[in-house]
Each structure stands twice: as structure tokens, then as C-alpha cells.
Design a protein around this ligand. Sequence first.
Ligand SMILES: Nc1ncnc2c1ncn2[C@@H]1O[C@H](COP(=O)(O)OP(=O)(O)O)[C@@H](O)[C@H]1O
Ligand SMILES: [Mg+2]
Length: 504
Amino acid sequence: MAEIVRLDRIVKQFPGVLANDEVSLEVEEGEIHCLLGENGAGKSTLMNILYGLISHDEGDIIIRGEKVSFTGPGDAIALGIGMVHQHFMLIPVFTVLENLILGSEHVKGLSLDLEKSRKELIEISEKYGMEMNLDAYVRDISVGMQQRVEILKLLYRGADIMIFDEPTAILTPQEIQELYKVMESLRQRGKTIIFITHKLKEVMECSDRVTVLRDGRNVQSVITSTTNTRELARMMVGREVIFNIERPVVEVGKEILRMEDVHAVNSRDLPALNGINLHVSQGEVVGIAGIDGNGQTELVEILTGLRRSVSGTIEIDGHNMRHKTTGDFLNTGTAHIPEDRLLRGLVLDFPIYENMLLGFEDKKPFARGPFLDFQKAREWSEELVEKYDVRTPNVGVTARSLSGGNQQKAVIAREFQRKPKLLIASQPTRGLDVGAIEFVHEQIMEAKKKMTAVLLVSLELSEIMNLSDRILVIYEGKIIGEFKADEATETDLGLLMAGGHNAG
Ligand SMILES: Nc1ncnc2c1ncn2[C@@H]1O[C@H](COP(=O)(O)OP(=O)(O)O)[C@@H](O)[C@H]1O
Ligand SMILES: [Mg+2]
């Protein structure tokens, strides 16, 4: 196969960050090439350079054997390079067809032949198995569909080198499978795909080769079939990653959380919890396994004061917690790593030090009468950022500017400062990369060692199995099975999660 793209020792310096430090990349025509790296490794920067969107300081771009220089994406597009960004660039109030034609430079002048374009687009979409309704408004179609529009746009412009920047982040598992199919059909017709991801599984599933970046530098390029997730994880993170975490042995203490016959409804007023019974003791991790939508969200909401139960008993450390507020839960010693840190964990437009203070505003040493001592808050946040390795230039930047992994570290840093009696960890690693997942798992084990009672709710069965001492299976708002961690098998759990009966 022929080399189609070569990036040679690309250097890109942003103020205070060396995003690409002599990065090289060789891509062959007709391959699916993954660019793998943790958040902040420099993947998007490198690809934005290849797409002519940002300029580089040093190094060469060689396309089909010729050294090129770009003054903007137009130059890259002319050479057949196209990119689907993490954030789409579609106009919601326009139809799919209008969006497709608008973005296309090769439609010249005012004499737009809509019908001709329509025919051409239908042809392309059928050829690559991407059927879509060209007359739908973009605002009315799913994100997965919008992504297809972006891909179709590239094809319509004649791209044969296609860059996808973390395309799966916004897709459901089924949509991911459909995207793989589209990619495969693109490849069969000779297109070259550069696929950015931080997920090892995806590299293994879809690529021919993979180039790993870490901290703005090349680590290695390998043929995918000759490597495995463990080796890739080591390249990506720079050290051995523990996939099976060591569970510390802890003598379980007194009971902290007790729920008896708890009933609750969901946001649409339909029964969500149908008589939950469970208990968690000091130093114990109890995992709730289940398929999404079986009451997990409501269970967590009830245990953090975000939702009221209809009936039943809820006690934390002997206190009756029915119908209590979020503040009451905090004051009773409950910490919460939320399912959606963007909605509930952080105020994205607040600086980090203010986020670190959430729930502590009325506590010494930050409260001075009715006022907050911001100097103290900053100092305290700086300590936490250091201790929990939250990567940020300083604590004055907004939470929004942090990567997902670092946002989660910030939430954990704050929540663990409560020295909680009870920790409610709800999908604590959703959307994180390997290094950050490992960190979160270690912190949960730390909490256990410190005799915190932990209720872990997760859709990741491997996470539940690795961390829990006991596993409860939730199905249609009821706990329908219980296992000691060492006795649970994936098959048994899976059967129960689907509503089947306990084999044992
Ligand atoms: N426009 C920019 N200005 C300043 N810093 C940036 C900019 N874009 C990216 N960075 C920084 O460069 C580094 C690499 O970022 P990026 O290429 O987006 O990484 P990745 O795509 O691998 O997550 C990060 O530290 C990021 O904060
Ligand atoms: Mg990126």
C-alpha cells in the first residue's frame, strides 16, 4: 500500500502548552488508522493541523509524496482531506440537504441545481449505507444522524482522507456499530480513515494500525492485530495499568445505610422502585448491577435528596432520611459522585476553587459571617488539585475548561473532603479514559479502607465485579439477587440482570 499522509516532526506550541512535540504520523492509503491517546495528548491539535485549521510551528506535511503548506481548511479540502469534528458545524434550522450543499465549495456560483445535488447525494448515501432523509431539519434528527450528515458532506466534497475526531463519544452502542459498518464500506472503496479515540476497545474493534500519542509526543505505531489492550494501555498511560484492582481486606463495621421496602416513582410518575431492601456497612462496597433504566437513577436520587420516596424506610447511621433535602444528606455524611458530573457535580462556568467549595460554603474556615473567604478557598483548592492530580493551569480557570477525567477528579477531591460515612458512587467512571478510571477506582478503595460505606451503582459489570464486596442485582425497581463478590460470575449476573432466575 502507498503512503498517503506523512506528518514529519510536527511542533505546535500553545501559550503555556507544548501540544505537539515533534509528532510524526504515517498513514497508508485505504487503511483505518487510529490515533490513540488520553485527553490532552495532542490528537485533535495534530489533526487540526492536517486539516489546515491551525498552523504549526515546525515540521512538514506530506500528502501523496508532496510537501504541502496550508493557509486554511480550503487548501486541505482541495487535496481531498476532510474532518468530522467533535462538535458539529451544522445549522439546526436548515434541512439536511441545505446543510450538505452549503458546506460544499465545489458547488459554484448562484445557479445551484438542487435536484442534481439531491440525486448525487442520494447516490453517495446509498453507496456507503448511510440512508437519511435529506428534507428533515437538522434540529429534528438524532446526533448519530447529524454525524452521518457530516460524513456525507465530506464525501460530497470529494474527500478521500477522512479524519473522525472521537466520533463515538456521542453515540449509543448500536450507533457505534453502524458507524463501524459505514467505515468499513468507506475503506472497501479505497477511502483512508484516521480515527481519533481514547478507548482501547475501539482501537481493537475498528483499526488496521494505531499510533499512540502521550503528552504531545509519539509513543509508537503498531499493527492492531499484533497488539492487545493491555499493551496499548501501557503505551497510552506510560505505565502498567491495573485492570484488576486489588480489593483491600477490611473488617466490616457497623451498618450505615439501611433501606426497607422503599417505593418511588420516576419523573413521569410511573413506579420506578418497587420495594427496595438493602444495607451497607462501614468498610463495605456494595455494587448495584443492572441494565440501564431499572431504577438505578431513582435509587441514587433518593439517597442524595434529589427525589422523594413514596414509602418505606431510609436510614443513614441511624437517622431517618426520608424526605430529607440534599443539604440534610450532606450533613449526615453522605458524599456523592454523580452520574452526570456536568449536570450535578460541577458548575461549569464557575472557577475550580468555587466548585471545590460547593456544599462547604457555610463551613469554617471559608465562612466569615455572611461572607466567603475566597483567599482561603483558593489555597484549599490548590492543595486539593495537587493531592488529587487534577491537571489544570490554576484553580481560577472554569471547570468547563478541564478534560472529563480532570473534572471527575475535581468532584472526587471535593466529595472526599467531606470524610463521608456513606459514599454514593453513581457511574463514577462513565466517559473517562483508562488512566482516570484507574484513579477513580483507587480512590473508591481508599474510601473503603477509611471505613466509608460505599454504594456503587454502575452499568459496567466489570467495574461492579472488580470493586464490590457484595453485588445486588436490580431489575424493574427490585433487588432480585445477591452475590458475594467472589461467587458472582458474569453469566449468573447477566441472566439476573435480564430478569431471569438465579441459577444457583
Ligand atoms: N486553542 C488552544 N489554546 C491553548 N491550548 C490548547 C488549545 N487547543 C489545545 N490546547 C492544549 O493542548 C493540549 C492538547 O490538546 P488536544 O490536542 O485537544 O488533545 P486531545 O485531542 O488529545 O485530547 C492540551 O493541553 C490542551 O489543553
Ligand atoms: Mg481531542
